[in-house]
Ligand binder design. Structure first.
Ligand code: GLA
Length: 537
């Protein structure tokens, strides 16, 4: 329901220049009297113009190792891991107790090589040093059957490039993941979505033509002249590569699907060297034979059985929009993550931007998430993106306000969601990187305990999430859904805590005063306060 007071609230907020106490010292400025030109007077209430502001402090010049503390790999399969580490370059890396089969590039900080055949936990001490200092941190490599022990992080091209994706753009995205510093925070997968294959019957010679060769092998379209070379290139940067297909005859964008070629295609993907497969339901419905649970599960079971026989590890992402309560059985059929809703870019909500409703639906399934099995609420649609709901999908700046973007990232992190940015990697601005690259926020997402936040409170105006972390602390997000800045409070009682708690503001990476029985903060319109609480000594 549209909020009748929204315009009035927004105006009041703008005129009062309310940044909220919690933000005041961080340069939050609301442009007075300015309203977004995107908001048409009749169709939607006005949105206060918020200038971008930076919450995440710059990483220190000294080395700091970020990202996952645990990684899974199958025995003997290739392990590729770029040590996520911020700090001044040049940097020198070392790794103690590294299994002999895995090599370290000490300059780039890339670990690569076959995992040991022997199953078990290998605790490697990663070390990084530069002229400013040194640091070390353990990485537990778990050789066994489990992959994606923390939510996968990376980039997917869909919401920027759609059917315009090219090999060159993918290579550029991989370069940008390193150059922008995203890889230093744990972003690792560089994934092509739909439209890398041939589109049967399309008159454009770049994408039309024969979808398979005489042996039935799937062919990339002409925008991908050297797909194997592209994957090798992504790997040479210490990153991993992903791709998309459908169990149906066609993909959602009506390109060639894998129907009746499942095994052949999976083998081809492994031969090319891919590490991640998104498997979309599209057009499979025509051949599914039913909508009962068994029919819903069948294509995913079939593909995961194939993937498990390959000599490469594939993180398997089920994309069937939550049908049949996939969170209840996604892991059983071999999925490592599964979309819980329709496309985030298509979601409409009269009151709030679409990611809130997708996020809030995804949040309900918190009990099902665990290491190797994640609820996936779709990509992080910020920065320069191509609007899905418009005929003209030319990438342009997100209409989300800065507060909404910090909320988006906080919500996905608390939900232990796969973190895939899907905006333009060639036009990453300082603000977008500030949202995507906060080591303490990401640490919550990547926490090895692998719990998804539970919903503590959900009302028209409040959404509160709490995620238990491995060290016994609790990460809490207070999301203000209302149209004006408000004081928000959560008690220890609601959070199941007792006693004095040390409080850290995660976006600002700053300790706040310890608190006896509640946390309270002024939170901006559609903004978030994200804190971590530890029992105070
Ligand atoms: C579906 C998926 C999207 C994207 C497109 C590609 O809509 O949900 O994430 O992969 O297909 O066509």
């Amino acid at each position: 329901m549209p909020n009748p007071n929204r315009r009035q609230f927004a105006r009041r907020l703008v005129l009062a220049g309310l940044g909220g106490a919690a933000c005041a010292s961080y340069g939050l400025g609301l442009a007075r009297g300015a309203e977004s030109s995107a908001a048409s007077a009749e169709a939607a209430p006005s949105i206060p113009k918020e200038e971008p502001f930076l919450l995440t402090p710059k990483p220190p010049a000294e080395p700091r190792i970020n990202g996952p503390k645990v990684a899974g790999v199958r025995p003997g399969h290739e392990f590729i891991f770029r040590i996520p580490c911020t700090g001044e370059r040049p940097m020198q890396f070392a790794a103690d107790n590294l299994p002999k089969s895995i090599a370290l590039d000490p300059i780039q900080g890339i670990l690569r090589g076959p995992a040991p055949q022997q199953r078990g936990e290998y605790v490697v001490t990663l070390r990084a040093a530069n002229r400013r200092g040194k640091t070390s941190r353990n990485l537990k490599i778990v050789v066994g059957d489990m992959l994606a022990l923390t939510p996968p992080m990376g980039w997917n091209d869909w919401y920027c490039w759609y059917d315009k994706i090219t090999e060159q753009l993918m290579r550029q995205a991989a370069d940008a993941m390193v150059k922008s510093g995203m890889a230093d925070f744990g972003y690792q997968y560089v994934n092509i979505d739909d439209c890398w294959m041939v589109k049967p019957g399309d008159p454009d010679p770049m994408i039309g033509g024969e979808p398979r060769d005489a042996q039935g092998r799937i062919l990339p379209n002409k925008r991908f002249p050297d797909i194997k070379g592209m994957v090798d290139y992504i790997h040479s940067l210490g990153l991993r590569a992903g791709l998309y297909t459908s169990p149906g005859p066609l993909t959602c964008a009506r390109f060639e699907g894998s129907y009746k070629h499942e095994e052949q295609d999976a083998r081809q993907f492994a031969e090319w060297g891919f590490d991640f497969l998104k498997y979309d339901w599209c057009s499979y419905q025509q051949v599914a034979g039913g909508s009962d649970l068994e029919s819903l599960q069948l294509p995913y079971k079939r593909m995961s059985n194939i993937l498990q026989k390959l000599d490469r590890d594939f993180v398997f992402n089920l994309c069937q929009y939550g049908r049949g309560d996939v969170w209840k059985w996604g892991a059983e059929v071999g999925g490592h993550c599964w979309r819980t809703t329709g496309d985030v870019g298509l979601e409409k909500d009269a009151r709030l931007p679409g990611f809130y409703s997708v996020g809030m639906k995804n949040a309900e399934h918190w009990e099902y998430a665990r290491p190797g099995a994640w609820n996936d609420p779709d990509y992080i649609l910020i920065g320069i993106v191509g609007p899905t709901r418009s005929k003209d999908r030319t990438p342009r700046p997100t209409p989300l306000t800065p507060h909404e973007q910090y909320s988006y990232m906080a919500m996905w992190s608390l939900m232990a969601a796969p973190l895939f940015f899907s905006g333009d990697m060639n036009r990453l601005d300082e603000f977008t990187l500030n949202v995507l690259c906060n080591a303490e926020v990401i640490e919550v997402n990547q926490d090895p305990l692998g719990k998804q936040a539970r919903i503590v409170r959900k009302t028209d105006d409040d959404f509160v999430l709490a995620k238990p972390l491995e060290d016994g602390s609790l990460a809490v997000g207070l999301f203000n859904l209302a149209e004006t800045a408000r004081q928000m409070t959560v008690s220890w009682n609601e959070l199941g805590l007792s006693g004095r708690q040390r409080v850290r503001d995660l976006w600002r990476q700053k300790d706040l005063d310890a608190a006896a029985d509640q946390f309270s903060a002024k939170v901006n319109r559609h903004g978030v306060a994200m804190v971590r609480l530890w029992r105070a000594p």
